[in-house]
Design a protein around this ligand. Structure first.
Ligand code: UD1
Ligand code: F6R
Length: 371
């Protein structure tokens, strides 16, 4: 049932304040006056000690689920102090990459049925790793075959392009980071700040959804383009990859997510006055580096669209030539949840304006059950 919406993707983008609320329900504990704020993940509480003792945490997934894990990686590293590595499921299998008994392997999958991810799970089980699932589908193969895990409870996702599952996955992995890090006094303030940020996140997503018309206007400008680059770094490298994936798969336009730190190592050669480039430059520890990236792109006459935090428009528009839009600022590790929303809207409107099928992009299936 699409309700008042024309497409499932549109509905699922707009219901994110509610899906995020459901994801967090019962899992965030805001104690009384002297009791600390904590996270409770029922499916993991008996396994946290084992996870804390692991030598490495390895995230395994495909597509959007991989991108969600990439967005959560920095906060998991920070709060757990454990090395976190990333694996695209098919690539791990192609290489038969090393997985050890001392590893915690985290399988991220909306459907819980993706063949590559399932095969990687089987492989990790054979190698003796602790296998943790993060999935949206109760009773799915990944939920059943992992040792333990967390259901993201985002509600059924029907549009082939994953939207609300992505934001809920990031929130679950941020909660996972807090739960693993909860035995360290040293980062208690940081954990509590993130918990406060999580409580307020649905409101911030509601606020950023108001950019709908602005994203439609932007889509109109980009409708006939061949290509669109997305520059991000730090917490928002994943946002760039995920935004590019959305534009590719539904709007059928070439798009590439680029790690801004790699700009000078190749991508800068593409920059001219024709190719549109979207730069994510919201406030975090990388902001000043991203400002200098904007200046360098501007010096090459790049056609820029910049996403920045509220009140920063003047600090990111060099020479007043680029198009800028502002998003609400949240705790740095949660910013990817806010930042992807306008880009989901952009991909959605581009698709509709270009006349393509939003909910069933050509050649794609919701659940990829073959290798
Ligand atoms: C569980 C109940 C929820 C109830 C809550 C009350 C289920 C599915 N969830 O939620 O309805 O409101 O208790 O306390 O009955 N698991 C995996 N792999 C995965 C995902 C989950 O093994 O990929 C396991 C977990 O380790 C856990 C079980 O499935 O044993 C349920 O996980 P989850 O729904 O996340 O647990 P709760 O949030 O505690
Ligand atoms: C992109 C998309 C795909 C899936 C990928 C993994 O919008 O939907 O890239 O994310 O096929 O699917 P799950 O998460 O079900 O394992």
């Amino acid at each position: 049932n699409k309700g008042k919406y024309e497409h499932y993707m549109q509905k699922e983008i707009h219901e994110q304040p509610e899906s995020l609320t459901t994801t967090m329900r019962g899992r965030l504990i805001r104690g009384g006056s002297c009791k600390a704020k904590t996270v409770l993940l029922g499916g993991l509480k008996d396994h946290l000690k084992t996870i804390r003792r692991s030598r490495r945490i390895v995230f395994i997934g495909c597509g959007t689920s991989y991108n969600a894990a990439l967005a959560a990686r920095p906060i998991l590293e920070e709060l757990s102090g454990i090395p976190v590595t990333m694996e695209i499921a098919s690539d791990l299998l192609d290489r038969q990459g090393p997985i050890y008994r001392e590893d915690t392997a985290v399988f991220v999958s909306q459907s819980g049925e993706t063949a590559d991810t399932l095969n990687a799970l089987e492989y990790a089980l054979e190698n003796g790793a602790l296998c943790v699932g993060i999935t949206n589908t109760v009773g799915s193969a990944i939920a059943r075959n992992t040792h333990c895990g967390v259901h993201i409870n985002a509600g059924c996702e029907i549009g082939v392009a994953s939207t609300k599952a992505y934001t809920s996955q990031i929130v679950v992995m941020a909660m996972l980071a807090i739960a693993i890090g909860a035995d360290a006094i040293s980062n208690q303030e940081r954990r509590e700040a993130i918990i406060d940020g999580l409580f307020d996140l649905p409101n911030k997503v509601r606020e950023v959804l108001k950019l709908d018309q602005e994203m439609k206007d932007l889509a109109k400008l980009l409708i006939a383009e061949q290509s669109l680059l997305m520059f991000g770094r730090g917490y928002n490298y994943a946002t760039a990859l995920e935004a590019a994936l959305k534009v590719k798969e539904v709007a059928l336009m070439h798009s590439e997510g680029i790690l801004a730190g790699e700009m000078k190592h190749g991508p800068l050669a593409l920059v001219d006055e024709n190719l549109p480039i979207l730069v994510i430059a919201t406030r975090d520890g990388c902001f000043s580096k991203q400002q200098s990236v904007i200046q360098q792109l501007h010096a090459r006459k790049g056609r820029l669209v910049v996403m920045c935090s509220k009140g920063d428009a003047a600090s990111v528009s060099v020479g007043g030539s680029s198009r800028v839009f502002e998003v609400p600022q949240v705790e740095d590790c949660l910013q990817p949840v806010v930042n992807i929303v306008p880009l989901q809207l952009l991909a959605y409107h581009l698709t509709v304006l270009r006349g393509f099928n939003v909910d069933q992009p050509r050649n794609l299936a919701k659940s990829v059950t073959t290798e």
